[in-house]
Design a protein around this ligand. Structure first.
Ligand code: MN
Length: 352
């Protein structure tokens, strides 16, 4: 750990690759606050299904030629690409997700609750909490809580968040919502340039890194041009949530299509609502959300049924954990829905 911190303080040029949700962006912002004063830092968002960088991003990284590449809130699954990066630069991975065992041998530093053997607490971590514990700076605590909120993990950390007032926690929850929605957004019809999406995310991370509290962040955000996008997304989300509410009163298993009038991907934003406190699903229930895109249909599942393992439902089109999972497919949704129904039936019968 001491050696890692020494490496980080010593670099002049670094790249941070981050998952562009509240947790990943808060984690990236913490790094910038601590290590990037007067240094050059490249920011690259990573949201491909296998958490690899795009060819274009890899090219940009080689051009930028950093000493260190830090990956936060991403469990890289493209080992070939990771190896190429590790051959050129010092690669540091800080993440809470289950990782491929090979990763440990490829990268110089891997910090992960699964590696640190934190036992049963691996599930309650956000990446931001891990970064906070690593950097050990009290002034970053609020950003750690933003990440915990974004991943709906704050409920496990009552003592950790107890120093914040009710009002501060409200502001933190609001900030997590903003960053989650705007950070992960892209047009599902593919009408946006990747560079446009990247610069929007970069702006968010930098805004986080420049502010000292969630209240200050929200205030600056209100006068930012990105605020308009948040309002659009929030409206679409409200519609989607009310659709889900109506559906929740019907059967135990639902397939719900998410529609965005403004044509942005909403499914992860909606999932955060369903897995958080806003729209708790009942014991025994399983909900499968899907949203049509230009080329693929995205699926997300969430369950409160002990017999169902969501990740396994999506094994050939994605993956995940027991309670939530997801994937994407270019097949017709009716075909995938049939397949998922069969798998849910199988799991309900065979397990326990
Ligand atoms: Mn994330």
């Amino acid at each position: 750990m001491a050696e890692l911190l020494k490496t980080l303080y010593a670099y002049d040029r670094a790249v941070i690759g981050y998952h562009p949700d509240a947790d990943g962006m808060a984690s990236a912002a913490m790094f910038i606050k601590v290590f990037s004063r007067g240094k050059e830092t490249g920011l690259f968002s990573i949201d491909t299904p296998d958490r690899s960088l795009t060819t274009r991003q890899v090219g940009d990284i080689w051009t930028f030629s950093p000493e260190v590449v830090v990956l936060v809130d991403v469990a890289p699954r493209n080992l070939k690409q990771l190896k190429e990066l590790a051959d050129g630069f010092t690669v540091v991975v800080l993440d809470r997700h289950q990782y491929k065992p090979e990763v440990k041998n490829i990268v110089k530093y891997l910090l992960n609750p699964h590696v640190l053997c934190l036992g049963s607490s691996v599930e309650i971590y956000s990446c931001s909490k891990l970064v906070y514990d690593t950097l050990n700076k009290i002034s970053l605590r609020w950003l750690a809580v933003v990440g915990l909120h974004g991943d709906s993990k704050e409920i496990h950390w009552t003592h950790f968040i107890s120093q914040f007032s009710k009002q501060e926690l409200k502001a933190i929850a609001k900030m997590a919502d903003i960053v989650n929605l705007v950070g992960t957004a892209y047009k599902i019809d593919g009408s946006e340039e990747p560079s446009g999406i990247e610069s929007r995310r970069k702006e968010l991370v930098l805004l986080e890194s420049k502010t000292q509290s969630a209240g200050e962040f929200s205030k600056s955000f209100r006068s930012n041009s990105l605020c308009h996008l948040y309002d659009l997304l929030k409206n679409d989300l409200r519609d989607a949530v009310s659709t889900i509410r109506t559906n929740l009163n019907r059967t135990r298993l639902r397939f719900i299509e998410i529609v965005s009038k403004s044509k942005y991907n909403l499914i992860d934003g909606v999932l955060a609502y369903v897995s958080g406190q806003t729209l708790k699903i009942d014991e025994g229930d399983t909900v499968i959300l899907y949203q049509r895109g230009q080329q693929v249909v995205e699926y997300r599942g969430i369950t409160a049924n002990r017999k169902i393992h969501c990740g396994k439902l999506f094994h050939d089109i994605g993956g995940g954990h027991r309670e939530t999972g997801g994937g994407a497919s270019n097949k017709d949704p009716s075909e995938i829905i049939e397949l998922l129904k069969e798998r849910i039936d199988e799991q309900s019968e065979t397990s326990r």
